[in-house]
Design a protein around this ligand. Structure first.
Ligand SMILES: Nc1ncnc2c1ncn2[C@@H]1O[C@H](COP(=O)(O)OP(=O)(O)O)[C@@H](O)[C@H]1O
Ligand SMILES: [Mg+2]
Length: 261
């Protein structure tokens, strides 16, 4: 079945920049002319509010996709931003894991949904929760590749090794074609000695996977969600926006998509 090229933004650690990266890469790719579907697969719903979709305007969500096999037409909403659509999430998604406990093909629900989207989008990006739960497994089973947002801190590498093992497991069990597209360094502060040391370690083990672009620590990125805007609408001429535009170029280059715009 044709489905949009799908990237899962995953890392079982919380607060590493998954949502920020997912929302902004989605919006930058959309600005570059791709038709993009942002899938919020975290019960926190941060990417939903991050693109300005309010709880009151939401009908069906990722929960309905996973539990009831809801159709794209019934749950995808248009955002206020060019080329950018959203499959929203609310706190209700937290119950999905338990409800799917002994369901059949429970890890394939997201993939089936994306297959129903056919060729309506050029790219789908999935914002994963901070766990290796069934929600993340659904995302990894649906994805063509994974982008791993990472903060250069002391335990980063340990987490990374664990995530790589989980990705290998999903590849063996459910999705043989899954690849790691790359590791994206977020909240980068070159003045910190520890950052440099951790970065050297990552380069040593996963050098070929590291994106050249590192996203700097920037207040603009923290405040943008409170306006319900991605960075390219919040502050188009900031360093943070440049970084996400460049990271998006690298991502699209690695998957071989050339924007038409
Ligand atoms: N480059 C950055 N500079 C400054 N703050 C950032 C940056 N990236 C993310 N943040 C902030 O860090 C926090 C965690 O980021 P988030 O994207 O929500 O991580 P995750 O989805 O992995 O939990 C949020 O408050 C977010 O605004
Ligand atoms: Mg998040």
């Amino acid at each position: 079945m044709p489905k949009p090229y799908t990237i899962a933004f995953a890392n079982q650690k919380g607060g590493v920049g998954k949502t920020t990266s997912c929302v902004n890469v989605a919006s930058c790719a959309a600005e570059k002319g791709l038709r993009v579907l942002l899938v919020d697969s975290d019960p926190q719903g941060n990417s939903t509010s991050g693109v300005g979709v309010g709880k009151r305007s939401i009908e069906k969500t990722t929960y309905d996709v996973l539990i009831d096999g809801a159709d794209p037409a019934d749950c995808v909403v248009k955002t206020g931003f060019k080329n950018l659509s959203l499959l929203p999430s609310t706190l209700g998604l937290a119950g999905a894991e338990f409800e799917l406990f002994d369901a059949e093909k429970r890890e394939r629900r997201m993939r089936t949904f994306l297959e129903k989207c056919g060729d309506e989008y050029d790219l789908a990006v999935i914002d994963c929760p901070p766990s290796l739960s069934l929600l993340t497994v659904n995302a990894l089973t649906a994805a063509d590749s994974v982008v791993i947002p990472m903060q250069c801190e002391y335990y980063a590498l340990e987490g990374l090794i664990q995530l790589m093992l989980s990705i290998r497991k999903v590849r063996e069990l459910y999705n043989p074609d899954l690849t790691v597209l790359g590791i994206l360094v977020t909240m980068y502060n070159g003045r910190l000695t520890l950052t440099g040391a951790v970065l050297d370690e990552i380069k040593k083990h996963y050098g070929d996977k590291l994106f050249k672009t590192a996203v700097p620590r920037a207040v603009r990125l923290t405040e943008a969600p409170s306006f319900g805007k991605p960075i390219n609408y919040h502050d188009r001429y900031s360093k943070a926006c440049d970084a996400y535009m460049q990271a998006t170029d690298e991502i699209l280059e690695r998957i071989g998509i050339v924007p038409k715009a």
